[in-house]
Design a protein around this ligand. Structure first.
Ligand code: ADP
Length: 332
């Protein structure tokens, strides 16, 4: 195109129909147009992408939650006696994922849940926070069916710490106190201290005001976990749902995370999907799950003596992580 223009323009200049000046002005203007035109084309592409992305965002915003408050939903008080599951069953689609689950967990005690991947452990704890309603049976908080309770009064008293630590691209302080404005700095620091996070936070360039980057990328795995524990301690829930991380930390961070978890579990009713030896040893009761059922139940020593599935899972999952502890009877 350019060659053609130069040839035609040049010819016109030679024939005296156009002046050299106006021909070069025309050529310069032509060159100057290229960049804006190609930018325009690119911004059109960007706009198309943005429209597609926005429609997906609106789809999500428009999603109606499956679990909602009933019109006459009751406000739950803080858990005082027990959480009970009675004949609970659950299926995501057709095939059942939980069957005949019966458990009673007294307030202030720790229930550890063990079992191989896919056994239904996460689904079971999801039902306690009422992320789903059971397909059969009932989940009771102090005798009240949680499907009759106001969601806010249930979830407001539950703290959840999972393997996937979700941190916001904000400063440390807001990540600990997220969702709550106007709380004093002392409460945030107290929570961080109990989570063994205060010391590393103070070493950061701006302490509690340090921006931690998208999803906390500037922090180590152990630090991220302790921040999420600090957040849970800050919320001060009566019921705690804990999915222990399986990923190995170095010995030092592991010890700090364990101490932080110990502080977190104090005086709360805890449901923990256990991957750490110290957790199952501290639990008041352990349930062993297989194919959506509870197959064994008891304390660590009782379960080892059964010489059944627990012992196998224990040997597979726990004995390499810490010192293997044999039951009292076998220790003789
Ligand atoms: P665990 O926590 O013991 O690994 P899960 O509760 O995650 O077990 O999963 C139990 C079963 O339910 C698995 O077979 C899994 O594939 C299935 N499952 C888990 N989440 C969903 C879901 N959102 N939709 C459909 N099936 C699921």
């Amino acid at each position: 195109g350019i060659a053609a223009i130069i040839w035609y323009g040049g010819l016109q200049v030679i024939e005296g129909e156009t002046s050299v000046g106006s021909f070069f002005s025309f050529l310069t203007a032509l060159f100057m147009m290229f960049a804006p035109i190609s930018k325009l084309a690119r911004s059109y592409n960007k706009m198309q992408q943005a429209i597609a992305a926005a429609s997906r965002v609106f789809e999500i915003l428009d999603t109606r939650p499956e679990v909602t408050d009933k019109p006459e939903a009751k406000k739950l008080g803080l858990l005082a006696k027990e959480v009970k599951m009675i004949n609970v069953s659950f299926a995501y689609d057709k095939s059942p994922v939980l069957r005949d689950i019966n458990i009673t967990v007294k307030a202030g005690t720790i229930l550890a849940i063990v079992g191989i991947s896919g056994a239904g452990k996460s689904t079971l704890v999801d039902l306690i926070a009422r992320f789903y309603d059971p397909t059969g049976g009932r989940v009771l908080f102090d005798g009240i069916d949680i499907s009759d309770a106001a969601l806010e009064s249930l979830r407001g008293q539950i703290g959840i710490v999972t393997q996937e630590v979700f941190l916001f691209n904000d400063n440390i302080r807001n990540n600990i106190a997220y969702g709550r404005d106007g709380t004093g700095m002392e409460t945030v620091i107290e929570a961080a201290k109990a989570a063994y996070a205060h010391d590393f936070i103070m070493k950061l360039p701006h302490g509690y005001e340090t921006q931690i980057g998208e999803r906390g990328v500037k922090l180590s795995g152990g630090q991220r976990q302790r921040l999420s524990i600090a957040r849970a301690i800050f919320k001060n829930p009566t019921v705690l749902i804990l999915d222990e991380a399986t990923s190995a930390l170095d010995t030092e961070s592991e010890r700090e995370v364990q101490k932080a978890l110990g502080n977190l579990m104090k005086n709360r009713t805890t449901f923990v999907i256990a991957h750490r030896l110290s957790t199952i040893l501290n639990a008041d009761r352990i349930i062993v799950m297989e194919n959506g059922r509870i197959v064994e139940e008891g304390t660590h020593d009782e379960l080892l003596r059964l010489n059944g599935i627990y012992k196998k899972v224990y040997k597979l999952q726990f004995s390499q992580i810490g010192t293997a502890i044999e039951p009292a009877a076998e220790r003789g």
